[in-house]
Design a protein. Structure first.
Ligand code: GAL
Length: 379
């Protein structure tokens, strides 16, 4: 299989903000039954302040540190006391942390799970104690104890990644010309519902090109089961990529590394450098989260694209949900049908992810969102 001439010009649509989802743009107040997922009014309703437990999965990636900081700052500004805990990707540690939050008087819990289905017992304890739970970014599965869900359009993230690859490589032109690109997939954790949806979104765009041979996956690993990486491990992504490069790609370059997370993109970058790839044959590498390091890599060309998810906006939405369950008000939600956790369909607010690459990074992340300063990015 011959390598193709790279299409270096991205379509204008690629640099534009990609409106992917947000409940089809409908952000109207919901008339769905609020907080009917099994929680009673908390004991502290109508009181000022109160204690909120915020359980975050790990400090190993920058985004969760930002998420935790944002939540703490915004809740404290409203007069709440915040118990912020990180579980360092240890399921049992997260269970213990949440048990402690319940025991020490938290009146509402905000949880970004390490393993979305592993918290059912402690969630039932919270429900029993009349403590409402809000799922933060990752849906809490198999429980009726969750009141609301604040996240991004997770299938939309996958669609945006797939569309980026399609446009950047001009797959339709390649198909016309009978050319092909090699591609490998590095997908998210099997215990994270976001990862399943992301893969669905990616394949919704790219499957047809795999089917007709415009994209060639030499390992044959395209299904979610074959490409998911437990706990979003950067090390595993690097290991996989090293194995691929010395095996399947010993005699032919890898053209596209379709990854679901900036951490994977870092692992892939290290593997490529170890295998002697240079700017001349560097593949297209996608990611997710637009972490500071990813943005720097995008600017220096060692990562091609990422998906910007403004965690400050996410925290804002989540805080309105906390306020609602604490005060008996109704938060704004924009999706009442998508997020079925196997027990209840959780009323959700989905923020819009934005595809970024070197052409729009400064505009989207620095100028519009003021997420990083130009200085931080070395601009
Ligand atoms: C997912 C989230 C991604 C990424 C990943 C690894 O749940 O949707 O944005 O942060 O976790 O942390």
């Amino acid at each position: 299989m011959k390598r193709k001439v790279l299409s270096t010009i991205l379509a204008a649509s690629m640099v534009a903000t990609m409106a992917v989802g947000c409940g089809g743009g409908n952000s109207a107040q919901t008339d769905a039954p609020a907080a009917d997922a099994g929680t009673e009014a908390p004991a502290a309703a109508d009181q000022e302040g109160g204690k909120i437990g915020v359980a975050m999965p790990t400090q190993s990636s920058e985004r969760w540190i930002k998420d935790g900081d944002n939540m703490k700052e915004k809740l404290e500004a409203l007069g709440y006391e915040v118990d912020l805990q990180y579980a360092e990707d240890d399921v049992q540690m997260q269970v213990s942390q949440i048990e402690n939050m319940i025991a020490s008087g938290s009146q509402c819990l905000v949880i970004a799970a390490v393993d979305a289905g592993a918290l059912t017992t402690v969630e039932a304890q919270a429900k029993e104690a009349g403590i409402p739970i809000i799922a933060y970014d990752r849906l809490l599965m198999d429980t009726d104890a969750v009141s609301y869900y604040a996240s991004f359009d997770n299938e939309g993230v996958g669609t945006a990644i797939g569309e980026y690859v399609k446009t950047a490589k001009d797959l339709d032109a390649a198909r016309e010309a009978g050319e092909s690109y090699t591609i490998e997939f590095f997908m998210g954790s099997p215990d994270d519902n976001n990862a399943v949806l992301l893969h669905k979104g990616v394949m919704g765009v790219l499957q047809e090109y795999l089917d007709d041979g415009t994209l060639v996956c030499k390992t044959g690993r395209t299904s979610f089961e074959d490409t998911c990486i437990l706990r979003w491990s950067q090390e595993t992504a690097q290991q996989w990529c090293e194995n691929y490069l010395t095996g399947f790609y010993a005699d032919e370059d890898l053209d596209i590394a379709c990854t679901a997370f900036d951490g994977f993109a870092y692992g892939v970058k290290a593997a490529l450098q170890g295998a002697g790839y240079t700017a001349d044959n560097w593949p297209l590498i996608t990611g997710q989260d637009a972490e500071l390091m990813a943005c720097k890599n995008i600017l220096d060309g060692t990562q091609t694209a990422s998906i910007f998810k403004n965690t400050s906006l996410l925290a804002d939405k989540c805080v309105t949900m906390v306020e609602a369950v604490m005060k008996g008000a109704e938060p704004e939600i924009n999706d009442t049908t998508t997020y079925d956790n196997n027990v209840v369909v959780v009323p959700s607010y989905l923020c819009t992810p934005i595809s970024v690459d070197k052409d729009n990074l400064q505009e989207v992340v620095v100028e519009e969102a003021k997420y990083y300063t130009a200085e931080e990015l070395g601009l």
